[in-house]
Design a protein around this ligand. Structure first.
Ligand code: FES
Length: 105
């Protein structure tokens, strides 16, 4: 099922948009002209990533400073941690994600 998240014209650098779909807590990030959708909470210590900084496609967790490549989800410092990523889709002016609301993705 497709879930609308935001209109593309409403995207801006620095955007962090927490969204909940069923039991899934997700975070839409727009930075440096790119948009990503990832799990909202850090796989290391469960900190919300809403205040995470992004530089050159790398998200830095505000909790303990681990960094995650947004292209792969891989943690740069410890490969046992991986950030779940979700593919974004377009529907006219909307950006969204296809997810099963109850079972997650
Ligand atoms: S909670 Fe994110 S680095 Fe520890």
């Amino acid at each position: 099922m497709f879930h609308r998240l935001i209109r593309t014209l409403d995207l801006y650098d620095g955007l962090r948009l927490p969204v909940r779909i069923g039991r899934e807590e997700l975070l839409l990030i727009h930075e440096e002209g790119d948009t990503w959708l990832v799990q909202r909470r850090c796989p290391h210590g469960d900190f919300a990533l809403d205040r995470g900084s992004v530089h050159r496609g790398v998200l830095r967790c505000p909790g303990h400073g681990l960094e995650f490549a947004l292209s792969s989800g891989r943690c740069q410092e410890n490969r046992s941690y991986c950030l779940r990523r979700y593919p974004l889709e377009f529907d006219g002016p909307w950006l969204g994600v296809s997810l099963n609301a109850t079972a997650g993705h």
